[in-house]
Design a protein around this ligand. Structure first.
Ligand code: AMP
Ligand code: MG
Length: 275
C-alpha cells in the first residue's frame, strides 16, 4: 500500500536513462492500482513517514536533499508543496520559487541563482521550478540562441553530478497533466475569487505554446534523467494520486539515506535526574 516502502511507484515512475519520453501518449490519469477512496489514508500515512524521516535528517545534519518540481502551468507544483511538504518542518526545508530572472541573476550564468539555493547538510530544499527553466521557457521563447541552450543539458547533468558527488541527494518530479486538465484548472482559477489572483492573461499565451513546451519537457526528461539525479514522471491529472506518489517516492528516497539521531554527547550520563 501507499507507505509500505516497497519502492513500487519509485520503480514504475522513474525515467530510465536513455529511454524515450512521449508525453502525448503518457497516461496522465493513471493511478497505478491506487483508489481515490483510500487516498486520504494513504497520504496521511505517507506524510507521517516523511515527518519522521525529515526530523532525523535535520537532527543528523549530514545529508543535503534537493527536490525539484517541474511541470506546465497549473500542473500542481504549488499544490504539491502545500499538501506534501506540510509534513516537513519549515526549519530545515527551504522552498525556492524560481521566477523570471532578476537583473543581477541575468548578469550571471544560469546556474548561479540555483547554486545559491541548493540545500545544505540536514536540509531538504524544494525547488518550485528550477534551473530546468533554462532549457524550458528559455528554449520555447528563444531567450538565448539555440547553440547555447543545447549545451545546457550536459552542463546540468555535470553540475548535478558534482552536487551528488559532494553528498547531495537529488530527486526530480515532473508533474504531467494534459491540455484539457489545464483548461479546467485555469477555468477554476477564473471562477474562484480565492484563486483568481493566480491567473494571468499571459497564461493563455503560454498555453498556445503547449506543443513547444511538450518537446522541451521531453528533451529535458530524456537527457537529464541520470542514475545520479533521476526524473520521476508523475501522472498529475488527479491531485490525490500526485500527492500520494510524490510523498511515497520522496519517503523511499529519504529512507535509503537511513538518517539517524546523532549520538548523545559523551559527558551526558545515562541517567540524570534534574532537580
Ligand atoms: P509562477 O511559477 O506561476 O509563479 O511563474 C513564474 C514564471 O517565471 C513562469 O512564467 C516561468 O516561465 C518564469 N521563469 C522561471 N524561470 C525563468 C527563467 N530562467 N527565464 C525566464 N522565465 C523564467
Ligand atoms: Mg503560474
Amino acid at each position: 500500500m501507499g507507505s509500505s516502502g516497497t519502492d513500487r511507484l519509485r520503480d514504475e515512475l522513474r525515467i530510465r536513462p536513455g529511454s524515450r519520453v512521449h508525453l502525448g501518449s503518457f497516461d496522465v490519469a493513471a493511478t497505478h492500482g491506487h483508489e481515490r477512496q483510500d487516498a486520504d489514508e494513504e497520504l496521511a500515512a505517507g506524510l507521517e513517514r516523511l515527518t519522521g524521516l525529515q526530523e532525523r535528517i535535520w537532527a543528523e545534519g549530514k545529508h543535503p536533499v534537493l527536490v525539484v518540481l517541474q511541470g506546465i502551468d497549473a500542473a500542481g507544483k504549488d499544490g504539491t508543496i502545500k499538501h506534501v511538504m506540510t509534513a516537513l518542518n519549515p526549519q530545515g526545508c527551504p522552498v525556492t520559487s524560481f521566477k523570471a530572472p532578476t537583473a543581477p541573476e541575468l548578469a550571471h550564468d544560469y546556474l548561479w541563482r540555483a547554486h545559491q539555493r541548493v540545500p545544505g547538510k540536514g536540509e531538504i530544499g524544494i525547488f518550485n521550478r528550477s534551473h530546468y527553466e533554462d532549457v524550458l521557457v528559455v528554449r520555447v521563447h528563444q531567450l538565448v540562441p539555440e547553440e547555447r541552450w543545447k549545451r545546457r543539458y550536459d552542463q546540468i547533468n555535470a553540475w548535478e553530478r558534482m552536487l551528488v558527488d559532494e553528498g547531495t541527494t537529488i530527486v526530480k518530479f515532473f508533474l504531467a497533466i494534459d491540455k484539457d486538465e489545464q483548461r479546467r484548472r485555469f477555468q477554476e482559477r477564473l471562477d474562484d475569487p480565492t484563486k483568481r489572483w493566480k491567473f494571468r492573461m499571459s497564461d493563455l499565451e503560454e498555453r498556445k505554446l503547449w506543443d513547444a513546451y511538450r518537446s522541451a519537457f521531453e528533451d529535458a526528461l530524456e537527457r537529464c534523467s541520470t542514475d545520479w539525479a533521476p526524473w520521476y514522471l508523475i501522472p498529475a491529472n488527479r491531485g490525490w494520486f500526485r500527492n500520494m506518489a510524490v510523498a511515497e517516492i520522496l519517503g523511499d528516497v529519504l529512507e535509503e539515506l537511513d538518517p539517524q539521531y546523532p549520538p548523545v554527547e559523551a559527558d551526558v550520563p545515562k541517567e540524570l535526574r534534574l532537580e
